[in-house]
Design a protein. Structure first.
Length: 338
């Protein structure tokens, strides 16, 4: 299915927000006015702008209305769907280099380029909606930083090859319609092994950013950068004052809810601790223990399939997930429908 069929017939004007909020489990180094930093601006959808400390400006997949004020040295286009290739939005310097999937993938060979102090390497990207022969992702390198923009893709085996490329920032699409689901993106993130993973393309165009989708993406190295926000980029495996793990203890709301046949519960653990995650029925009777063990600091998930400890399928009703540590207790209501 071509995404271009879903494009809006009018452009929604969006304001650029100069500061970055704290992500789901990390604090973001904010780009201060006048500072000469390597930075990433999330324009929206899959559209991003990179500015290097050498003052190179790189746009990837221009489409989303936003801040295109800086003239481009490089424009990258991962594929030719209409929500990734609106080159007319970008002011280009006379020396600007435009690399689309056509230049990046020729005769089955993924090409590499050097433009000034920036390197660009094409890598595979594909799924049921995007032909392998007509789509690419890009690994962009500058000042010791390696940034991977996946384009539109599924969780593909070739992502495991990226682990050797020392990726600092990976941008993964996860609307669950034209590309991966958030849960599939968690598996992709584990293969890529980037220092940080930024959710993009969280909904079909036009993208106003889907917080529920981003919340379902539970990779421990998640970094949330919303439309219009700018962050400073660093080659080290930390960004500003990023903590080593998600903050505190927390049990997230299960998803989906109501559910059938199964639901996912995500929870955060800081510091490392013994935790118990159990399910109770409406009478307060314990029906199943999902987790009862020591967990390292980080974000974790558990799945409940609506069965009790004997594997018997339970009936429709309201159930309660209880998350307990030596110093913390939290509950969430769940609705199971047979």
């Amino acid at each position: 299915m071509q995404k271009s069929a879903m494009l809006s017939l009018f452009i929604i004007l969006m304001l650029s927000i100069p500061l970055a909020d704290q992500g789901a489990n990390a604090q973001i180094a904010v780009r201060k006015p006048g500072a000469v930093l390597d930075s990433l601006t999330m324009i929206g959808h899959a559209s991003v702008k990179i500015k290097t400390s050498q003052k190179q400006v790189i746009y990837i997949d221009p489409f989303q209305p936003g801040n295109y004020a800086d003239s481009a040295d490089v424009v990258l286009v991962t594929h030719q769907h209409g929500d990734h290739n609106v080159l007319g939005l970008v002011k280009r310097k006379p020396s600007c280099t435009v690399i689309t999937n056509a230049e990046a993938l020729q005769g089955g060979s993924y090409k590499s380029f050097t433009i000034g102090g920036t390197t660009v390497g094409a890598v595979p990207a594909y799924n049921a909606n995007h032909l392998k022969s007509a789509s690419v992702g890009f690994v962009v390198g500058f000042n010791g930083i390696n940034l991977y923009h996946a384009g539109d893709t599924g969780n593909i085996p070739e992502m495991a090859n990226l682990a050797a490329k020392n990726i600092h920032y990976a941008l993964l699409p996860m609307d669950g319609i034209f590309n991966m689901t958030p849960e599939e993106a968690v598996l992709a993130a584990a293969s890529i092994k980037a220092a940080y993973v930024i959710p993009i393309h969280t909904m079909p165009p036009p993208d106003t950013y889907d917080d529920a989708i981003a919340a379902r993406f539970t990779a421990p190295n998640k970094l949330v950068v919303k439309n219009g926000q700018t962050i400073a980029l660093k080659a080290a495996t930390s960004v500003g004052a990023v903590p080593a793990a998600p903050f505190g203890f927390e049990l997230g709301q299960n998803y989906p809810n109501p559910f059938n046949p199964a639901t996912v519960l995500s929870y955060s653990v800081t510091p490392p601790s013994r935790i118990r995650l159990a399910v109770y029925n409406a009478k307060g009777e314990k029906v199943k223990i999902l987790v009862d063990t020591f967990k390292p600091a980080g974000r974790h998930t558990a799945v409940w399939d609506g069965t009790d400890s004997n594997g018997t399928r339970l009936g429709t009703g309201v159930y309660v997930a209880e998350f307990v540590t030596p110093s913390y207790r939290q509950s969430r209501k769940m609705i199971f429908i047979r």
